[in-house]
Design a protein around this ligand. Structure first.
Ligand code: ATP
Ligand code: MG
Length: 457
């Protein structure tokens, strides 16, 4: 059975590539007959992941009639498309550790946990027996001919890097064309590439994977999705998101205190979320201090009779203060399009936070009610944080599984967590468009229940 979740493998290009026994020491206790769960002692059991293991994409079964209006697990999928490949160490590997030169690159913006992932990629590579591990400085730019030198990595180098935020290797946007990147990889004799980044970076990683295939190079390219916005398809969550929500709560709490302590105080907090409002929604839910949450997925009116400003007036009259949380990609229709693009070709958004702040000021002046408006944009403070405990664990497992995937011979894949299990996806399946908050979802309605906000249309 062929599925769109089948993973590209080195064997697709090198049919004669023969595997060797894994050099990764599993350290599992050999099960005996009295082992809990009762593995028969003659059965082969070693703890490695079987290549045929799968994880179910969606685990809910709706009955009819239901709020979801569906009867089967996922009516849009054939059964094979409901299963994705399980991540983890394989019994057979397709690279001799001593022949591996592994490189790690971090691209795009900062995100809590980058150093944790780098660290665990290095540590796991060393456990496999890899001696040549390097970091590429400043994203894909490090593959250009600007003379940026690679950074030798080892357990000693990475031991404490997770104690601070940012990326040991540096990040950047833009960079050389794919063919130059692969030229550079050939020159440096890199045959395992770990790419940490968002949608753009993964599009690049997939193009590098394809170019390597075209050139007949035995190279494994494995991505680790980095999106603080949590907007990657099919995944439970991506690293950095949890930390971002936790830190966003602090900003919300400050805005609340400022608003609450002022006469007719209004706090406005802008949070990350270019195309999806997961951070704003979760931070609002977590803090319990937000009166109005605005996200890109849900259109709203600012000035109209049912608009945000009227509701703010109502809140000020009713309880004397209010706190608004707005995702950066929300309400872009109100703003003048800049048409500007960053080095990676992403459209530069206009600042909705400042706009909401200014319009609120103007509005209260016009209606003759005094209001004290405070604006907080904690974006860079959040992005630069070190990962919290739960992200730390997620990063650890993702880093380890990235290395297992490369040694297993997969390329053009990325790692993720799906229904609490760790999985591999073919890159194109997760980057075709960003994951968004469903305005009909339970979670968004829980958020509305928590803020008490009306529909602003
Ligand atoms: P973030 O979530 O921080 O935006 P990102 O990975 O999407 O992360 P980008 O700046 O968009 O960040 O892209 C990172 C790198 O990927 C850049 O070096 C860019 O040149 C490259 N890139 C972006 N889009 C593509 C593409 N379609 N094909 C090849 N490379 C790409
Ligand atoms: Mg991007």
């Amino acid at each position: 059975f062929e599925s769109r979740f089948d993973l590209p493998h080195i064997r697709d290009v090198f049919p004669n590539a023969s595997p060797i026994p894994s050099t990764f020491c599993l350290r599992m206790r050999t099960p005996t007959e009295d082992f809990a769960g009762g593995y028969p002692s003659d059965e082969k059991w070693h703890g490695y992941i079987n290549n045929n293991d799968r994880v179910l994409l969606k685990v809910i079964r709706y009955s009819s009639p239901t709020s979801a209006g569906a009867e089967c697990i996922d009516p849009d999928c054939t059964w094979v498309e409901q299963w994705v490949h399980r991540a983890g160490p394989r019994e057979e590997i397709y690279f001799q550790p001593e022949e591996v030169k592994a490189a790690i690159v971090t691209c795009g913006g900062l995100c809590p946990g980058l150093n944790d992932v780098i660290r665990h990629i290095v540590i796991t590579l060393e456990i496999y027996g890899v001696k040549k591990i390097v970091g590429i400085p400043f994203g894909y730019r490090g593959f250009s001919n600007e003379g940026l030198t690679e950074m030798p990595l080892s357990r000693k180098v990475v031991q404490n890097i997770h104690l601070s935020g940012g990326s040991l290797l540096g990040v950047s946007r833009g960079g050389p064309p794919i063919s130059d990147i692969v030229d550079n990889m050939e020159k440096r004799e890199i045959n395992m590439l770990f790419v940490l980044g968002g949608n753009g970076t993964h599009a690049g990683a997939n193009a590098i994977h394809n170019e390597c295939r075209k050139r007949g190079l035995k190279v494994a390219v494995v991505g680790v999705p980095k999106t603080i916005d949590n907007d990657i398809l099919l995944m439970d969550k991506t690293f950095g998101f949890d930390t971002a929500v936790e830190e966003a709560q602090r900003a919300i709490n400050s805005a609340y205190i400022e608003a609450h302590s002022a006469y007719h105080g209004i706090g406005v907090v802008k949070l990350m979320g270019r195309s999806s409002g997961f951070i704003a929604m979760h931070a609002s839910l977590a803090s319990g201090q937000i009166d109005i949450c605005l996200i890109p997925e849900v259109p709203f009116d600012l000035h109209g009779p049912h608009g945000v400003l009227r509701h703010l007036k109502y809140l000020i009259e009713m309880k004397g203060s209010a706190v608004v949380c707005v995702a950066e990609g929300a309400g872009q229709d109100f703003l003048e399009k800049t048409n500007a693009k960053d080095a990676s070709g992403n459209i530069v958004l206009s600042d909705i936070g400042v706009h909401v702040q200014q319009e609120t000021k103007k509005y209260f002046k016009e209606i003759g009610i005094p209001a004290d408006i405070k604006y907080i944009d904690p974006t860079y403070m959040i992005r630069a944080c070190r990962a919290n405990a739960s992200d730390g664990i997620l990063c650890t497992v993702l880093g380890q599984n990235a290395v297992h995937g490369a040694f297993a011979g997969y390329s053009g894949i990325t790692v993720g967590i799906c229904n609490t299990h760790y999985v591999y996806f073919p890159i194109p399946e997760v980057i075709s468009y960003p994951r968004a908050v469903d305005p009909n979802s339970r979670m968004w309605h829980r958020c509305l229940t928590s803020t008490g906000q009306p529909d602003f249309i």
